[in-house]
Ligand binder design. Structure first.
Ligand code: BT5
Length: 235
């Protein structure tokens, strides 16, 4: 894959046909905006030790080096990355994309993209995986690609360039004003709002993502704010 960067993000640009994980390619103190992309990952990472799987050449698999101030909450960057992916997916597909807190992008209740924010050695590596051209047989349960949704095979490069441009803009806004600064569009994309959800053994109704990027729950009439975790919802 090649990239015509439209801004600061994408310089330098590292591409590998096949690699363990793009999260591991941004080495030696990369500048903010350095991007690594691969056509195939042999050990793609999800959160909490899970894997991210995509057949070679079908998906966007990219990692971006970020250098937020040390006092900022890294988890919020998953939402920033999710927003960039959701906006780009919506643009490519012409269908609404939603954010399932804390890091999934959903279309028609299927997961089409995932985001992983990992902090190490003074940088945050933000990984974004977007399912573009996988066939139905190639998708895990509960997941979809842009192609399984509308039957269209797409070039990945323009979508990648779009994601990075949007990410740069959203990240700048987040740097200035936190989640609050992107909240108008984030709140409108909140997939869990109003749904019955379970988290760490408790269940309740998701009130929604708040202006600090936490998930607000209503558990039997009591409000609870969650900073991180694994949410399941009832379909
Ligand atoms: C995520 O984890 O959603 C974060 C995924 C981040 C992937 C990118 S790709 C570029 C960069 N390099 C990496 O190595 N990773 C990042 P999580 O919420 O834990 O979701 C993982 C779960 O989603 C797995 O346990 C599967 O059930 C499912 N899954 C695996 N591959 C998938 C896919 N292609 N599409 C949708 N769901 C998938």
């Amino acid at each position: 894959m090649e990239l015509e960067p439209r801004g600061r993000f994408g310089r330098p640009f590292v591409y590998r046909e096949s690699t363990e994980s793009t999260q591991l390619l941004l080495k030696d103190d990369p500048p903010e905006g350095a991007v690594a992309v691969a056509d195939e990952q042999t050990a793609g990472r999800g959160r909490l030790g899970r894997t991210w799987d995509a057949p070679a050449g079908t998906a966007i698999l990219c990692s971006v080096a970020l250098r937020p101030p040390a006092d900022r909450r890294i988890a919020e960057l998953s939402l920033v990355g999710g927003m960039a992916a959701a906006d780009a997916i919506e643009q490519a597909l012409g269908l609404a994309a939603q954010i399932k807190w804390p890091n999934d992008v959903m279309v028609n209740r299927f997961k089409v993209a995932g985001v992983l924010a990992e902090a190490r050695e003074g940088i945050v590596v933000l990984g974004i995986g977007i399912n573009v051209n996988q066939t139905r047989e190639q998708m895990p349960e509960g997941a979809a690609s842009l192609r399984t949704i509308d039957g269209v095979t797409r070039e990945r490069e323009p979508i990648l360039a779009d994601v990075l441009e949007r990410l740069e803009q959203l990240y700048e806004r987040w740097l200035q004003g936190g989640v609050d600064a992107i909240y108008d569009s984030l709140g409108a994309r909140d997939f869990l709002r109003g749904r019955r959800v379970s988290l760490d053994g408790t269940s309740g109704i998701a009130v929604g993502i708040d202006r600090e990027g936490r998930l607000e729950l209503d558990i039997d009439g009591e409000r609870k704010l969650v900073e991180s975790g694994e949410v399941t919802y009832e379909r």
